[in-house]
Design a protein. Structure first.
Lengths: 257, 181
């Protein structure tokens, strides 16, 4: 016989009637499918019986027998139940299985309801975020759309000057750059945005070309997170891809907020 | 002499069959054969002769009302009565409703102890094993069995780790089994 060791001590406690709660439920579930452990439980009950029988020796009061026989005589007999037909615990296994199936259905229905609730919450969150995204897109579109009418107001009689504005979240490494009135690019040249850290070398923040009206934008170029910016700048560079350091002329430079 | 006794020393299965057929004299024989055992177990647990007698009456009346509770094909009457009595006594001690259905109790003891002589020899061995058992182990076993304390309660009472108590209880029961093997 091979008793499952993880249940060995619990079987003894169950025989004594002292196992409770989750441990009892787990053992009962195991017993449904383990004949060896059921047999061991019977043997442990036999061991218990030995302990009980070791107490034998006391005789009951003399009147106890007559009391019992009087009670037997008064008690109408029920129709005896044949041993083979008695409803022992193990004959109830199919009923327990059916009850377990019903319980499982109830649990699944409850779980289904909880999942539906979770889906509804996620849908609501998704809708909110969709609205926020739509709003952000509208803002960016207003800045960057080709047909966005852009008017720069300057002091009277002054020609429009190139201007840029950065919005930088250091801790998340996010950057939005908007520019206006940039001169049209010479052949084989390109503008490059730079993050100038408080310490260390400038960090390339994206190449860009202005539209026909000198407008341009750079949105969330790849940047390391947590770099404290001293300022930002735009240089005119050879149109040969990103550069490790500014080599061309500075077109606009940050002057603070 | 009852009809059962007139057939000689009846094995338990014949006795239960007679009870099943409504033979009141069979109950008298049953009482003569096992009342000392049932009463001793109840008295050991309850420590009160009046309450122990009530449990004695209850156990025998349960068998009279429904002798089919005992499945003679799955064990002997003496161990079964001992276990049923102990459980009912613990329920009475703790003033709680019966927690175990009698028809769930299947007791397996080897060798066969249907006869008084076999039982006597086996009990000598069991008492010997109990006497040789380390005191902490015997104490844990008896607290669990005769006082109905849970392993948690025993651990709290003795200050021993819960795992130690569990191990002692199981090892104690196995030692009794080994004693009569």
């Amino acid at each position: 016989m091979s008793v499952h060791e993880q249940f060995a001590e619990d079987l003894a406690l169950h025989a004594l009637g002292s196992l409770q709660g989750d441990e009892l439920a787990a053992l009962r579930a195991h017993l449904l499918s383990c004949a060896d452990c059921r047999r061991e439980l019977e043997l442990l009950l036999g061991d218990m019986a030995l302990l009980a029988m070791s107490t034998a020796g006391s005789a009951p009061p003399r009147h106890a027998k007559q009391r019992l026989l009087d009670a037997v005589a008064r008690e109408p007999r029920n129709i005896a139940t044949p041993a083979s037909a008695r409803r022992g615990f193990w004959t109830l296994v199919p009923w327990f299985a059916a009850a377990a199936a019903v319980l499982m259905v109830v649990l699944l229905l409850r779980q289904n309801s909880e999942l539906k609730s979770s889906v509804a919450t996620l849908n609501s969150l998704f809708t909110d975020q969709k609205l926020e995204l739509q709003h952000a897109q509208e803002v960016v579109e207003t800045f960057t759309a080709a047909d966005s009418q852009q008017v720069t107001l300057v002091a009277a009689k002054n020609a429009p000057q190139p201007q840029g504005k950065t919005f930088y979240l250091r801790d998340k490494g996010r950057l939005i750059f908007l520019a206006i009135n940039l001169p049209q690019l010479p052949p084989e040249k390109i503008y490059e945005l730079w993050l100038i850290p408080k310490t260390g070398a400038p960090i390339a923040a994206g190449l860009f070309k202005p539209d026909t009206r000198g407008g341009a934008s750079v949105v969330n170029p790849p940047l390391p997170v947590g770099v404290e910016a001293k300022t930002f700048a735009v240089t005119l560079e050879p149109d040969s891809g990103s550069h490790e350091a500014p080599r061309g002329t500075f077109v606009i430079v940050g002057i603070g907020e | 002499m009852s009809s059962i006794e007139s057939q000689g020393v009846s094995p338990d299965v014949k006795l239960v069959t007679a009870i099943r057929s409504g033979d009141e004299s069979a109950m008298a024989v049953l009482y003569d054969r096992y009342s000392s055992l049932v009463y001793s177990v109840a008295l050991r647990v309850l420590g009160d002769t009046g309450v122990a007698e009530d449990v004695l009456q209850e156990v025998f009346m349960q068998l009279w009302r429904n002798p089919g509770l005992f499945d003679s094909s799955r064990g002997n009457l003496a161990p079964w009565l001992a276990v049923i009595t102990r459980n009912r006594s613990i329920d009475s001690l703790r003033k709680r409703r019966p927690e175990t259905d009698i028809d769930e109790v299947v007791v397996s003891v080897e060798p066969d102890m249907a006869g008084a002589a076999e039982r006597g020899r086996a009990m000598e061995k069991v008492r010997g094993a109990l006497g040789l058992m380390p005191l902490p182990q015997r104490s844990a076993l008896e607290m669990a069995y005769f006082e109905g304390l849970t392993h948690t309660e025993i651990a709290a009472k003795t200050g021993e780790p819960l795992g130690t108590i569990k191990t002692r209880i199981r090892a104690g029961l196995l030692a009794l089994r080994k004693a009569i093997a």
